[in-house]
Design a protein around this ligand. Sequence first.
Ligand code: MN
Length: 254
Amino acid sequence: MAPVIGVTATLKEDLETTATRPLGKFIRTDFDYVEGVAQAGGVPVVLPPVVGHRDAGDIVGSLDGLLLSGGSDLHPSYYGEEPLPELDIVIPERDEFEVALLKAALRRGIPIFGICRGMQVLNAALGGTLYQDIPSQLGPEGLRHCQETPKWQATHEVEVRGGSAAAGITGGDTVKVNSYHHQAIKDLAEDLVVSAYAADGIVEAVESRDLSSRWIVAVQWHAEAMRGAGVEHRRFFEAHVDAAERHALGRAAA
Ligand code: MN
């Protein structure tokens, strides 16, 4: 049986009504995420942010793996800060849902893959903090992390730590990545280790301290959009689906 991978969706509100489409709320997930999971051999299931923490355990109980997708800023109250003026759009339903889902996934031990916002939610939920806005908090000297070129184009490089899971997945010590984030990890959560940095010191990938007991891998770049640009980006999806399959087999055997 192919492992079932939950992919978190976002909530969109239509603010303009048309003759054929009334005002309403919609869920939205970039197709690249679900296609990435499917091509890696998993069964993608899109998870809309509709339930409270009471149901998160039930949802996770039906999954073999969790993919936290990219998107809006996490409200800084999740890491004990007041919002700065540069904070971008926040979707409270999504924040609440994903943090509850993540905690349930950690309890159940299913493999977790985070992308962009997903990496930031992971760090905050595990006790770390974020820069709410890189340019205003760290100054303009660093790399440009908010690119305006298409998503499949790499704009900066990251240096991967030797011996890390990310190094095993990518098979190299540098990876060319896209960059669509104005936030970044500030204080790293205790349970995580950095597996890649950008040249300006921004954290670009993290993983769990002991991958064999708890498979958690997260990247700051949009790997889902670069699957056609390099095999190393596809391999993150494959590694996640493989880990989910091993976890499901382990549960079945227990
Ligand atoms: Mn970046």
